[in-house]
Write a protein that binds this ligand. Structure first.
Ligand SMILES: NC(=O)c1ccc[n+]([C@@H]2O[C@H](COP(=O)([O-])OP(=O)(O)OC[C@H]3O[C@@H](n4cnc5c(N)ncnc54)[C@H](O)[C@@H]3O)[C@@H](O)[C@H]2O)c1
Ligand SMILES: O=C(O)C(=O)C[C@]1(C(=O)O)C=C[C@@H](O)C=C1
Length: 365
C-alpha cells in the first residue's frame, strides 16, 4: 500500500525533506506551499510527486504530515489541523528550529487524538527557498525528535522508518532541552552574527572602506546573518527566554574580556585564545550542507597541471565537488590531494573515475 506524505512549506528544509523521502519505497510525496511560484517550482523540479493548491483537499488521505514552515506559521497550521478530517493513524511532525511552544500545541492535538512528534534536523544554510533544496542536506546531521511524554513507541518507529531516508542521525530529547541547546549553538550565534553586521554598518559614514576589507574572518563569522529574516524573527520570538539567558552569559563574558584587555598580561591574553582554540578544535566534525565528511584522498604525482587534470576528469563525468585542498605532509614526488563531495555516491563515482582515467591511488581516511 502506498504511504502518502504531505509536506507543507516547500522551502530549503521542506523541499530537501521531500527530495530525501522520495527514496522511501512505495511513498508518494504531496506538497503544498502558500507561495504559488514555489508550488510551480516544486512541481517542475520534481521536488514532490504531486502538488496541491489547498492541503485540506488531501488531508483525509495522507499518512504523514510534515511542516517545513517558519515556526509561527507552523503553530497556525497546528491550530487549523484540529478541525481537519484526518486519518486516525496520521503522524504529524515538523522541522522547526524551536520546540517548546510547538510541543505545547502538540499536547492540545493529543487531546483530540492526533499524534504530533516534534522534529528538527540540525542542518541547513543561510540560503532559503525551494531552489536551494537538496536531497542530501541532512546526511550525517543530527535530527532531533521531541516526543510528548508517553508517546507510543510504535508512532516513533513509524516516523523513524521514514526519516531514515534522510540519512540523518535521529535522536530524542525533550522540548526544553532542545530549546536550551539550540539557543547555545544556533540561535544566539545568529543574534551575534547579526549584531556584528550592524556594527559594521555603523562604520559606513566615517570609514566606508571598512566593508570592502571584510575578508574571510568576518565573512565566516557572519555568513548566517544572510538568512531569511522571517525565519529568524519567529525563532527569536519563540525562544526569547533562552536567548535572554545566553545574552546574560555573553555580557559576563564581555566583561571578562574587557578586564583582560585593560589589565591582562600578554600571557593571560594568549591563554584566552589558546583555551578557545582547544575547545573549538575538539568540536566533533559538523555535518550538513556546508561540511561533508565525504573526503577522497588521491595520491597525485607532482607535475604542473595535475590538479586541473583530475578535476577535469570529474567534470567530464558531471561529478561535482564541494571542496579541494592539498595536504603538505610528505616531501617525495607524490602529494595528497583531498577532494570533498556532497555524498557517498559522488565519492564512489569519483574514485572509480580517477582510477580509470589516471590510475592514481585513491583512499578514504
Ligand atoms: N534554514 C535552516 O538552516 C533551517 C535548518 C533546520 C530547520 N529549519 C526550520 O525549518 C523550517 C523551514 O525553514 P526553511 O529554511 O526551509 O525556510 P524557507 O524560507 O526556505 O522556506 C519556508 C517555506 O515555507 C513557506 N511558507 C511560509 N509561511 C507559510 C504558510 N503559512 N503556509 C505554507 N507555506 C508557508 C514559504 O513560502 C517557503 O517556501 C523553519 O521552521 C526553520 O526554523 C531551518
Ligand atoms: O548552516 C547554517 O546556515 C545554519 O544556520 C543552520 C542552522 C544552524 O544554526 O546550525 C540554522 C538553524 C537550524 O535550525 C539548524 C541549523
Amino acid at each position: 500500500m502506498t504511504r502518502k506524505v504531505l509536506v507543507i512549506g516547500l522551502g530549503l528544509i521542506g523541499g530537501s525533506i521531500a527530495l530525501a523521502l522520495q527514496k522511501a519505497p512505495e511513498t508518494k510525496i504531496i506538497g503544498y506551499d502558500m507561495d504559488a511560484q514555489t508550488r510551480e517550482h516544486a512541481k517542475t523540479l520534481n521536488i514532490v510527486h504531486d502538488i496541491v493548491a489547498d492541503p485540506l483537499a488531501v488531508a483525509a488521505e495522507v499518512d504523514v504530515i510534515i511542516f517545513g514552515t517558519p515556526v509561527n506559521a507552523t503553530l497556525d497550521w497546528m491550530e487549523q489541523l484540529k478541525s481537519w478530517p484526518l486519518k486516525n493513524k496520521v503522524i504529524v511532525t515538523d522541522t522547526g528550529s524551536t520546540k517548546k511552544l510547538i510541543m505545547q500545541k502538540a499536547s492540545e492535538l493529543r487531546e483530540l487524538g492526533i499524534t504530533f512528534i516534534g522534529g528538527h534536523p540540525m542542518a541547513g544554510s543561510h540560503k532559503s527557498g525551494v531552489l536551494a533544496a537538496k536531497a542530501h542536506l541532512f546526511e550525517n546531521a543530527y535530527y532531533m525528535l521531541t516526543p510528548l511524554a508517553g508517546e507510543e513507541i510504535v508512532h516513533m518507529a513509524q516516523l523513524e522508518s521514514l526519516l531514515k531516508f534522510t540519512h540523518a542521525k535521529v535522536v530524542s530529547v525533550s522540548a526544553s532541552e532542545h530549546d536550551h541547546m539550540t539557543a547555545v549553538v544556533s540561535h544566539f550565534p545568529h543574534v551575534i552574527a547579526a549584531s556584528l553586521v550592524h556594527q559594521l554598518g555603523g562604520e559606513n559614514g566615517e570609514y566606508p572602506m571598512t566593508r570592502s576589507l571584510a575578508a574571510g574572518g568576518f565573512r565566516d563569522v557572519t555568513r548566517i546573518a544572510s538568512s531569511n529574516p522571517i525565519l529568524w524573527r519567529d525563532i527569536t520570538l519563540q525562544n526569547r527566554e533562552e536567548l535572554l539567558t545566553q545574552l546574560d552569559g555573553w555580557e559576563k563574558e564581555m566583561t571578562r574580556i574587557k578586564k583582560l584587555l585593560m589589565e591582562g598580561s600578554s600571557q593571560d591574553i594568549e591563554n584566552y585564545f589558546a583555551v578557545a582554540k582547544e575547545l573549538r578544535d575538539e568540536l566533533p566534525i559538523s555535518a550538513g550542507a556546508m561540511y561533508t565528511p565525504f573526503d577522497l584522498y588521491v595520491d597525485v604525482p607532482d607535475y604542473p597541471g595535475v590538479i586541473s587534470e583530475v578535476t577535469g576528469f570529474l567534470a567530464d563525468e558531471a561529478i561535482s565537488i564541494t571542496n579541494l585542498r592539498i595536504v603538505e605532509s610528505r616531501e617525495d614526488v607524490f602529494g595528497i590531494l583531498v577532494i570533498s563531495f556532497q555524498s557517498e555516491n559522488d565519492r564512489e563515482r569519483a574514485a572509480a573515475c580517477i582510477q580509470k582515467r589516471a590510475n592514481f591511488e585513491t583512499y578514504i581516511s
